[in-house]
Design a protein around this ligand. Sequence first.
Ligand code: GDD
Ligand code: MG
Length: 239
Amino acid sequence: MSSDKYSVILPTYNERRNLPILIYLLAKTFKEHKLNWEVIIVDDNSPDGTQEIAKKLIDIFGSEHIQLRPRAGKLGLGTAYVHGLQYVTGNFVIIMDADFSHHPEAIPRFIAKQKEKDYDIVTGTRYAGDGGVYGWDLKRKLVSRGANFLASTALRPGVSDLTGSFRLYKKEVLSTVISQTKSKGYVFQMELMARAKALGYSVGESPISFVDRLYGESKLGGDEIVGYLKGVWNLFTSI
Ligand SMILES: Nc1nc2c(ncn2[C@@H]2O[C@H](COP(=O)(O)OP(=O)(O)O[C@H]3O[C@H](CO)[C@@H](O)[C@H](O)[C@@H]3O)[C@@H](O)[C@H]2O)c(=O)[nH]1
Ligand SMILES: [Mg+2]
């Protein structure tokens, strides 16, 4: 087993139905590939009892593999990553959604890609190679395409999927870029990638299939879209 360790930061809000099987599959994937791993669950006091499930999972998989690092209320996706990062003990960080839109089976491909050229970041992409999106309605597809088109045109970072969050980072790279990232909501992914490219970090891409969640609802709302537009503008005028 190599000395590398992979820390998954998993933000959750009302994911009690998704969490057990996701953790099971993560554990299975890491074990099969003989990798050191941990998962840091950042739950924002979900009313559905996600944290009770998380505690049971700690009993099953062990506190060396699962950490529960809750916050008092729903404080947004971007700040959830910042919070989780404080507890990371690995030298690589994987960020993913907890609702199965991001499947653990992609992780070994990210890791292999990272090793190819010692990339600082590997990002999952829905918009290159055999990547894709399944289960979204036309409106949501347009929002995602529009968001990517706008940021690529304004900022020219040369990355095919700026708004997706399924990525692998070198821990110190994520710490550096995150400390400069100001946004709090969904726009966070885009700002992080734009800043990473502006700082000269290398980014590899790995195609993924994004499948819309089976249980529960997306938390993307109109205020997140307004926040995104503001974020592109702020970067456009500052980077
Ligand atoms: N702790 C915490 N978790 C949150 C919050 N908001 C969302 N989450 C968690 O973050 C993940 C993504 O949330 P979803 O609500 O499922 O997002 P989505 O609409 O499917 O959006 C996905 O696609 C976007 C566009 O590509 C991505 O920007 C986004 O990161 C995500 O991958 C899920 O695990 C959800 O529980 C929050 O305020 N706090
Ligand atoms: Mg989702």
